[in-house]
Design a protein around this ligand. Structure first.
Ligand SMILES: Cc1cc2nc3c(=O)[nH]c(=O)nc-3n(C[C@H](O)[C@H](O)[C@H](O)COP(=O)(O)OP(=O)(O)OC[C@H]3O[C@@H](n4cnc5c(N)ncnc54)[C@H](O)[C@@H]3O)c2cc1C
Length: 303
């Protein structure tokens, strides 16, 4: 109730006030802010994946602007020697308006990343987008086998099937790179598991399947239980260092993040930034009011 109340009043507060809630989770508005945050993380032996905020655009012109921002970002990251790659949300390139235009934009970004030996990860959005995003990934992977990866969500009932269907793209030279997360959108029960235990069980089954089948696995969670179990699976399958990494969100559970780094595992932080931080924060909170309690907790932790 309290979370829902906070979420419903948040859009009526001045941006400066909402920024107090959001600044722990967002690197800032500009590419310079993102570079600064990335340098800081790199200096702690942590890689980054950079995300320009902006989803669910309403005109195709906005897609063009988002593409330009990524192209500038790739130049800045390369120039500054940042150890990082990029995450893109296809809806911010018009997936739901014109999927061919969306493909062409993401293709151009991937080509630019490939030209500097870097990598683009296709984020996974809500269920009306998931099959379109897998299709887009398949197409990109055939042209840029070493430079593109996908996200899958353990809460979706169809995910294990999707993983099995993607296995044909896996090979030792250019392994399939999948980030597995729980999934953040509110989905109907017919589409997604709802119970914590159920989601965790599928998460671990899917991580295990991918490790056994020699995918490159990005374990994206802050859940201590899943992290401990992933440690066990890494050992069980003797997964080489270059075939997995842990991933977390910027500003979330930094102590756990540092423990994983100190344990000798690769860690990559998802760093969102951009002018649309206000829309992003309020949309995220509306999608998942539980986030409000995390944000409030973060404020209290900081005193
Ligand atoms: C690198 C990365 C990329 C992601 N990409 C996608 C994507 O493409 N598509 C998608 O649908 N979802 C994505 N997500 C979000 C993901 O689906 C989950 O919603 C989110 O990670 C929370 O799940 P959890 O595994 O941490 O477990 P939870 O059970 O939600 O959280 C475990 C514990 O972590 C802490 N925690 C979790 N989130 C927060 C927070 N925001 N603030 C403070 N503490 C927190 C809490 O202590 C909580 O008890 C991504 C997550 C990560 C880490």
């Amino acid at each position: 109730m309290f979370n829902k109340f906070i979420v419903s009043i948040l859009p009526y507060f001045p941006e400066k006030f909402v920024w107090i809630f959001s600044r722990s989770y967002i690197a800032g508005e500009t590419i310079d802010d993102a570079i600064r945050a990335s340098k800081n993380l790199n200096s702690r032996k942590i890689k980054v994946t950079l995300d320009v905020l902006g989803e669910f655009i309403s005109t195709i012109e906005e897609a063009e602007a988002n593409k330009e921002e990524y192209l500038h970002l790739i130049e800045a990251v390369t120039k500054n020697g940042i150890d990082g790659n990029y995450s893109v949300k296809p809806t911010s390139f018009g997936l739901l308006i014109d999927k061919n235009i969306c493909y062409n934009h993401i293709r151009e970004i991937t080509a630019k990343a490939a030209s500097v030996n870097s990598f683009i990860r296709i984020d996974m959005e809500d269920s009306p987008c998931t099959d379109l995003e897998i299709e887009l990934f398949r197409k990109l992977k055939s042209e840029f086998p070493a430079n593109v990866g996908l996200v899958l969500q353990a809460y979706l009932r169809k995910t294990m099937n999707d993983i099995r269907n993607l296995t044909d793209l896996n090979n030792p030279e250019t392994p399939l790179s999948i980030r597995l997360c729980k999934g953040i959108y509110v989905e109907p029960e017919s589409v997604a598991y709802k119970k914590y235990e159920e989601i965790n069980q599928h998460f671990l089954e899917e991580i295990e399947f991918m490790m056994r089948n020699k995918f490159h696995v990005a374990i994206a969670t802050h859940d201590k239980h899943l992290i401990d179990e992933s440690y066990r699976l890494i050992e069980k399958y003797s997964v080489p260092e270059n075939m997995y990494e842990f991933q977390m969100l910027y500003g979330v559970t930094p102590h756990l993040r540092d423990t994983i780094v100190n344990d000798g595992h690769a860690m990559r932080i998802y760093v969102p930034f951009g002018k649309d931080w206000f829309g992003y924060s309020t949309r995220r909170l509306k999608e998942n009011p539980k986030m409000a309690s995390h944000i409030i907790k973060a404020i209290f932790y900081k005193g």
